[in-house]
Design a protein. Structure first.
Lengths: 332, 494
C-alpha cells in the first residue's frame, strides 16, 4: 500500500506506446526460417550428390545457387525493389535447380537455368508468392526441351572420388525402353546416374521426413503422389509386365525429390488439405502415364508443372464448409 | 431420436445423465438442434461430449506461450480506496445507460448512477460513497473520448445498495432473480460486456437445455478468472446455480482449460454436492471463444451469424457468475472486478480487485510501476486486447487484464507477400481461408470476401499470429466486415 507514495515508482510514458491492431504477439514464424528448414532438409541429398559426383556436383550447385541469387538481386535493382536475398527463397530455388541438373552440366547451362528459373519462373509474375509454377522446374523443363541431349547425358557416379570431373555418359535408370537397368540397392543408396537430386533415395527420404516432422509440407502431397505412382505402375507391371516394379518406379528418377521437395512448394501447391490430396494424385497420375506410355523416360517435372497450373482451380473447389455453415444454407 | 438417447444412456456416466434428461424433456429441442450441426453427424448432436467425460477438440487453434506464470500465483488483493473514480458510462454492448445523477449529488456506494435505457443495456452503480464532481468526457478504451462520471470519495465507503439480498434464492421466483441480474448491471465480464440478463431471456422459440460457464481463460497472460475460480469457487458455483434456476435448468457445466488444474480442483470441490459439473478442456487458443467452447462441450455448432441460444446453449463468464452471486446473496451491484495487471516490464505483476473507474495509472502503481518502457499497453489479453495510448482510461466491467508488453515481443513487422503456406487455413477455428480472403480485401473485393464467409470470422487473431509473412490478416477481416455491414445497411435503406 505504501508503494503508492514511493517516488521511485515509474509509470510508462504514454506518448511512446504503440497503437496497433490485435493480435499483439506473434508466433515467431518467418519466410527465411521456413527456407532455412528446407535447405537443412536438402542437406543429406546434397551430401549424397557430392559423394557420388564429387567436385563436378559442387560446381553445378554453386553456379546455380549464386546465379539465382544474383539474377534475383539484379532484377530487384532494375525494378527498384528492396533486396530479397535474405529470405532465402532464391538460394533455395538455385539449389533445387542444381538438384535437377546433371553433374556434367556445363557452366552456361547452370547460368541459363538460373536466369530462366528466377526471371521466367518467378520475377516476371511479381516475385515470391505470385509465381504460378515451380521456378526450378520451369528452368529444368525449358532446358530439357532446348538442350535435350545435354540434359539427358548423365555422369557415371564414382563414389568417394571427389576429383573425378570427367564427363562419362552412362545409362539412365529410366531408359526410354522401359527396362530396368539398375539394381534396387543402387537406386536406394544412390549409386546410379541421373540428376544430382535423383540419386540417393535414402537421403531424399531423410530430408522428406524432416520436412514432415517440421510440418513444412503437407503429408497429403508426397503420400498421394508416390502412392498413385506405386498403384498405377503396380497394376501395369503385374498385368502386362511392360514396366518395372512399383518399388523401382519409386526409387528411380526424380519421383522422390519431386514428391518431397518440388510438388510440396508452398507457393505453387494447394493450401487446403483435400486440395493437397487431389494435387498429389494428379501428379502421380500424369507421372505414371508419361513414364509408362509417354515419349519421355521421366514425367515428374511435367506432371508437377501441369498440376501447378491447376492449383488455383483445386484450391477454389476444395474450400471446406466453415464452422456453423449448414444452418445458414438451410435458412436461405 | 429420443429412443436412441435412452439406449445410449446405459453406457454414459452418472454425472451427465442430468444433461441428457434435460434434452429429453423437450423433443422439439432435439429436432431443432439438429439444424445447427453438420449433416454428417446428426446422430451425435444430442449426446453431448460431456456425457463421455471427454470434451471435443475444435478444429484449428494456436498455442502461444501463455506467460501466465507472471501473475498466476499471486492471490487477489483488494485495491486501496482512491480519492477519485471516473466511471465510464457505456460499459456494455447495446445502448448506453441513462445517467440519473448530476454534478454535486451525494451518492452512497452501490447507488444507481445510470439506469439501463432499454432491454440490451446495463445499469451502472457508484463504486464508492462520495460526491459526483463532474460528468464529462475521458479517454475511452477504444481511443475515443467517452462520457464518464467522476466521483470524489468521502472515504467512508458506505453501502447504499438499491436492493436487498435474496437470502432464500433457491426458492425465489426465476423472474425475480432475472430482474436482480438486470438491476445489478451484470455484464459479460470476459471481455464482450454483453448484458447478462439478455442472455437469460431466450425467446420461447429457442428453448435452452445447456448452461455453460466460461472459465477457459485461453488468452495468454491473463489470470483473473483463474484466481477467481481458485479463491471464490463456491461463489462461482452458486452463481452458476442461480443462472440455472433463472433458465429453469437443473444443471450447468463449467469449462476450464487444463492448464489450471488447481482451479478445476477447487471448483470440483465446491460443486461436489450440486448439479454443476466441471470440465477440463484442451489447452488450445481460442478455447474460450463462445462458439468453440460450446462445440468442445456439446458438439453443437453455432450457426454463422447465430447466437448460442440457436443451439440451446447459454454461455456466461465465471466472473459474471460470481457477480450475480454477489447481487443475489449479498445484494451488491456490479461495481468491482478482478483484473490481472501483468507483463514483463512490471515490477510486481498480480491480480487485484478494482472498483470500476480506477485509472490504469493507479493499477500500474499498485504493480510497482515499470522497470523499463513497454512498447504496448493493452486492455485485455495479447491476442484480442485493445492497445491504449492513455493511462487515464479506467477499469470497466469487462477489463479482464491490463497488460504491458515489452518491445521485443512487439517488433514491428513489415508484411511480406503471402507464400500460400496454408498455416492460417489449418489454424482457423472457423474453417475459413484467411489467406484468400486477405487477398480479396487487398484488392478491395469485399463481395468476394463475403462469399468466402469473412463474416464467420471471430477475430481471434490465430491467423495473424501464425503467419510467417506477418500479414495483417485480422486487420483485413475487421475492415472487410465493417465494409460489408455498411454496404448491407445502405442496401436496406434503399
Amino acid at each position: 500500500m505504501s508503494e503508492e507514495t514511493t517516488p521511485a515508482i515509474q509509470l510508462p510514458d504514454p506518448t511512446k506506446l504503440v497503437i496497433s491492431n490485435s493480435p499483439h504477439i506473434r508466433g515467431g514464424e518467418s519466410i527465411s526460417k521456413i527456407m532455412v528448414h528446407v535447405l537443412v532438409a536438402l542437406a543429406p541429398a546434397v551430401a549424397a550428390a557430392l559423394w557420388f559426383f564429387g567436385l563436378a556436383a559442387l560446381q553445378v550447385m554453386v553456379l546455380c545457387t549464386v546465379g539465382c541469387v544474383a539474377v534475383e538481386e539484379i532484377w530487384n535493382k532494375c525494378a527498384k525493389r528492396a533486396p530479397t536475398w535474405k529470405d532465402g527463397s532464391a538460394a533455395l530455388t538455385g539449389l533445387l535447380l542444381a538438384m535437377n541438373l546433371s553433374a556434367g552440366a556445363p557452366w552456361w547451362i547452370c547460368i541459363l537455368g538460373a536466369l530462366l528459373a528466377i526471371g521466367l519462373g518467378k520475377q516476371i509474375f511479381g516475385g515470391l508468392g505470385f509465381n504460378p509454377f515451380n521456378p526450378a522446374l520451369v528452368a529444368r523443363v525449358a532446358l530439357l526441351i532446348g538442350f535435350p541431349s545435354l540434359m539427358t547425358s548423365w555422369v557415371v557416379p564414382q563414389a568417394g572420388k571427389f576429383m573425378a570431373c570427367d564427363v562419362l555418359t552412362g545409362a539412365t535408370p529410366l531408359g526410354a525402353s522401359g527396362a530396368a537397368v539398375a539394381t534396387i540397392h543402387d537406386l536406394f543408396m544412390g549409386n546410379v546416374g541421373g540428376c544430382l537430386g535423383e540419386t540417393s533415395a535414402l537421403a531424399l527420404v531423410i530430408g522428406g521426413v524432416y520436412l514432415l516432422i517440421k510440418k513444412l509440407i503437407k503429408w497429403q502431397v508426397p503420400v498421394a503422389f508416390i502412392g498413385t505412382v506405386a498403384i498405377i505402375s503396380g497394376i501395369v507391371h503385374y498385368f502386362t509386365g511392360m514396366t518395372p516394379t512399383p518399388l523401382y518406379h519409386i526409387l528411380a528418377g526424380g519421383l522422390l525429390i519431386g514428391a518431397f521437395f518440388m510438388a510440396t512448394d508452398m507457393v505453387t501447391s494447394p493450401m487446403t488439405a483435400n486440395g493437397a490430396l487431389i494435387f498429389g494424385f494428379g501428379c502421380g497420375l500424369i507421372t505414371s502415364v508419361i513414364r509408362i506410355w509417354g515419349g519421355y523416360p521421366e514425367g515428374v517435372s511435367f506432371a508437377i508443372l501441369f498440376m501447378n497450373a491447376l492449383t488455383p482451380l483445386i484450391d477454389r473447389s476444395t474450400i471446406g464448409k466453415p464452422f456453423g455453415y449448414i444452418r445458414v444454407k438451410a435458412e436461405k | 431420436m429420443i429412443k436412441k438417447i435412452t439406449k445410449r444412456k446405459k453406457v454414459i456416466s452418472h454425472k451427465t445423465s442430468i444433461i441428457e434428461e434435460t434434452i429429453e424433456i423437450s423433443p422439439s429441442t432435439s429436432e431443432k438442434i439438429k439444424d445447427g450441426v453438420p449433416a454428417s453427424a446428426p446422430e451425435k448432436s444430442n449426446i453431448s461430449v460431456i456425457s463421455r467425460g471427454k470434451p471435443r477438440k475444435f478444429k484449428g487453434g494456436v498455442h502461444p506461450n501463455d506467460s501466465k506464470a507472471l501473475s498466476a500465483a499471486s492471490p487477489v488483493q483488494d485495491a486501496p480506496l482512491l480519492d477519485k473514480y471516473r466511471v465510464i458510462v457505456h460499459q456494455n454492448i447495446g445502448a448506453p445507460p441513462e445517467v440519473l445523477v448530476k454534478k454535486g449529488d451525494e451518492v452512497k456506494k452501490g447507488a444507481l448512477l445510470a439506469k439501463a435505457s432499454g432491454f440490451v443495456s446495463a445499469s451502472l452503480h457508484a463504486p464508492t460513497s462520495g460526491t459526483v464532481t463532474a460528468i464529462d468526457k475521458c479517454d475511452g478504451p477504444t481511443g475515443i473520448r467517452v462520457a464518464a462520471i467522476e466521483i470524489t470519495a468521502d472515504g467512508e465507503d458506505e453501502w447504499g445498495s438499491p436492493f436487498e439480498p435474496i437470502a432464500d434464492w433457491q426458492n425465489a421466483e426465476a423472474a425475480d432473480l432475472k430482474q436482480r441480474v438486470s438491476d445489478a448491471g451484470v455484464v459479460g465480464m470476459g471481455g464482450a460486456g454483453f448484458p447478462s440478463h439478455v442472455k437469460l431471456s431466450p425467446p420461447p422459440a429457442k428453448p435452452i437445455d445447456t448452461l455453460i460457464l466460461n472459465g477457459a481463460e485461453c488468452e495468454p497472460y491473463l489470470t483473473a478468472d483463474h484466481r477467481l475460480m481458485l479463491e471464490q469457487a463456491e461463489e462461482v458455483v452458486a452463481g452458476a446455480a442461480i443462472f440455472a434456476r433463472i433458465l429453469g435448468l437443473k444443471s450447468a457445466v463449467i469449462g476450464v482449460e487444463n492448464n489450471k488444474p488447481d482451479a478445476i480442483e477447487a471448483l470440483k470441490k465446491a460443486s461436489a454436492k450440486t448439479n454443476v459439473t466441471v470440465q477440463g478442456l484442451a489447452v488450445n487458443y481460442p478455447q474460450g471463444a463462445e462458439k468453440q467452447l460450446i462445440y468442445a462441450l456439446t458438439g453443437r455448432e453455432v450457426p454463422i451469424g447465430g447466437l448460442p441460444m440457436d443451439v440451446g446453449c447459454v454461455v456466461q463468464n465465471v466472473a459474471s457468475a460470481a457477480a450475480v452471486n454477489d447481487a443475489v446473496v449479498k445484494g451488491h451491484p456490479s461495481i468491482e472486478r478482478i483484473t490481472t495487471v501483468t507483463g514483463e516490464p512490471l515490477v510486481n505483476p498480480g491480480n487485484w480487485r478494482f472498483r470500476l473507474g480506477t485509472p490504469i495509472s493507479k493499477s500500474i502503481e499498485l504493480a510497482g510501476g515499470v522497470k523499463y518502457q513497454p512498447a504496448k499497453l493493452l486492455l485485455g489479453g495479447p491476442m484480442m486486447g485493445f492497445a491504449q495510448s492513455s493511462l487515464d482510461v479506467t477499469v470497466m466491467k469487462n477489463t479482464s487484464g491490463i497488460l504491458l508488453i515489452p518491445a521485443e515481443q512487439v517488433s514491428q513487422y513489415t508484411s511480406d507477400p503471402c507464400i500460400r503456406c496454408g498455416k492460417c487455413v489449418s489454424c482457423c477455428p472457423m474453417g475459413i481461408l484467411p489467406a484468400t480472403i486477405s487477398q480479396a480485401v487487398e484488392n478491395e473485393r469485399f463481395d468476394m470476401a463475403a462469399q468466402l464467409n469473412v463474416l464467420a470470422c471471430i477475430e481471434c487473431g490465430s491467423c495473424s499470429y501464425i503467419c510467417p509473412s506477418h500479414r495483417p490478416l485480422n486487420q483485413h477481416f475487421k475492415r472487410a466486415k465493417s465494409e460489408i455491414m455498411a454496404a448491407r445497411k445502405k442496401e436496406q435503406k434503399k
